[in-house]
Design a binder for this molecule. Structure first.
Ligand code: ZN
Length: 351
């Protein structure tokens, strides 16, 4: 049986919910019957319902405060900010809290669609490495702007991110951000495996995130964007121990960028020298030294996107790479993949 859900705001505005769009770690997102592209996120079991309602009320109020001006420009949706707090209503509803926000699907696609060439083929057929670079820069700029206003994302990950065909990044799940309002701290939630800074892996529940933990995850996402989706801590431990998780590799410093001999990776992964020197240095610092801030990342990524810093391959217009690389890394990768196929065929033929 499908039951039509209705939500109502505190001042009596009602919306009928339409299809269930998706569910995340703590909430469910529904379409909203409205002329504007809106969705509603409902959170059935927040640990402290009163605190959750207060959190939403504060975020809704901040929407009109100076601190959100840069985050909420009129021309584009950078953040799916809570517009109004709502609660389910009706005879069968037991008062689930949530909020109404912009439907990011209106102008964006899920961030994961840009991560690998295979994933981007259908939804973003014209996307290139330059688009991935633009997305990295847009993400860094957005994170720098929200850090400057005292917000911490805490659970930064592809699932909470959106991207358009020009590489402009948008963010959702604002209700999980950490912020202070009127002297009260609204803590961020725990991170997701593969997208957690080492100092927060295994930390006691309730350990608040900070900007530097977001900065670590930013570097992970930049690496994934620029390396065809490859996680910087991917790979089988070279010392013979079992691969457990990205987090385990993070804790043991198993990372190709820091130590080429620490992990075993297939030959099909993009080569390290695909990255401009300046970005390699920042990634090494982020994973093994002093983490660059989001603002530093935004500056470096803008510099690498500048005219003259990118070159398009003569053989394939979708192959874009840094001018520091004398020949096309994407042609190399395609050759290598072709070579593997050929080797396989030979093996099959001789068998
Ligand atoms: Zn090429």
């Amino acid at each position: 049986m499908t039951m039509a859900l209705t939500v109502v705001s505190r001042n009596g505005r009602e919306w009928r919910l339409t299809e269930r769009i998706g569910s995340g770690s703590e909430g469910v997102v529904y379409g909203v019957d409205d002329a504007r592209p809106l969705v509603a996120k409902l959170v059935p079991d927040p640990p402290d319902p009163a605190a959750y309602r207060r959190r939403i009320a504060r975020l809704v109020r901040q929407r009109r405060e100076p601190r959100t001006v840069r985050l909420l420009p009129a021309t584009t949706v950078r953040v799916a900010w809570p517009m109004v707090g709502v609660r389910t209503a009706g005879p069968d509803a037991d008062g689930i809290d949530g909020y109404v926000m912009t439907d990011m699907r209106h102008a964006h696609r899920p961030f994961a669609h840009l991560l690998t060439p295979a994933a981007r083929r259908a939804p973003l057929p014209r996307a290139t490495w330059a688009t991935a670079l633009a997305a990295a820069r847009s993400l860094a700029r957005l994170l720098a702007d929200l850090h400057a206003e005292g917000y911490v994302v805490g659970d930064l990950k592809p699932d909470n991110l959106w991207v358009d065909d020009r590489g402009e990044v948008g963010m959702a799940d604002v209700d999980s951000w950490q912020f202070t309002d009127g002297g009260e701290l609204f803590p961020g939630r725990m991170g997701t495996t593969g997208y957690t800074a080492p100092e927060r892996i295994g930390a006691p529940a309730g350990t608040p995130p900070d900007r530097t933990s977001d900065d670590f995850v930013l570097a992970v996402l930049v690496h994934q964007l620029l390396m065809g989706g490859l996680h910087p801590f991917a790979g089988h431990p070279a010392d013979g121990s079992d691969y457990l998780s990205y987090d385990d590799n993070v804790l043991h410093g198993r990372c190709r960028l820091l130590d080429r001999t620490s992990v075993l990776l297939p030959r099909s992964v993009p080569p390290l020298d695909l990255l401009p020197r300046r970005l390699t240095d920042l990634l090494r610092a982020a994973f093994g030294g002093t983490r660059p801030t989001a603002a530093v990342w935004a500056g470096a990524l803008a510099a690498e996107s500048a005219p003259g810093r990118l070159r398009t391959c003569g053989a394939n217009a979708l192959h874009v790479h840094t001018v520091e690389r004398p020949w096309c890394p994407w042609c190399d990768l395609a050759d290598r993949a072709g070579g593997t196929e050929a080797a396989k065929t030979t093996e099959e033929n001789t068998a």
